[in-house]
Write a protein of this length. Sequence first.
Length: 165
Amino acid sequence: MYSVTHAADVLAPPAAVWRLVADLEADWNPLFARSQLVGAARRGVGAERQSWLAGEDGRFDERVIDWAEGSWLTTEVTSTTLPLASAKLTLGVEPCGAGRSTAIVVVEYEPQREALSRFGGVFRLRARLCKDTQRMIEGLKRAAEGATRPDVSSGVAGRVLGAAR
């Protein structure tokens, strides 16, 4: 199995980052045009979602297989249009000083060998996944930092995600 890992320092408390990670329908991920939950579970192990890739005809179906409230979650890709025989995505957050955190994304994957030719082989697939996970962590960072910046127009400082805009 192969893996790609990216981390970023985020100028937001871990709770703000976790609220984004734990919301399986949140729109912070620039890779996805949209995501929707499938089934009754909205959080935790067993929750399922479908996500459509932005700018292309692609889809991921995922199921949460591990969940540590406030820290990390892992999804398993159950179906995808990408040439992956299997894949897992772990998103996590750790404290990193007052009002700061470190966001982490880890993708573990096994290529689907017979479908790799349309992606230019295993190295091109890895390059794409590296680029995509970097974009994903940057999207999470932007969303978390934007959610906790002061709202100058209303004079409210330190607004957290979920407050009225």
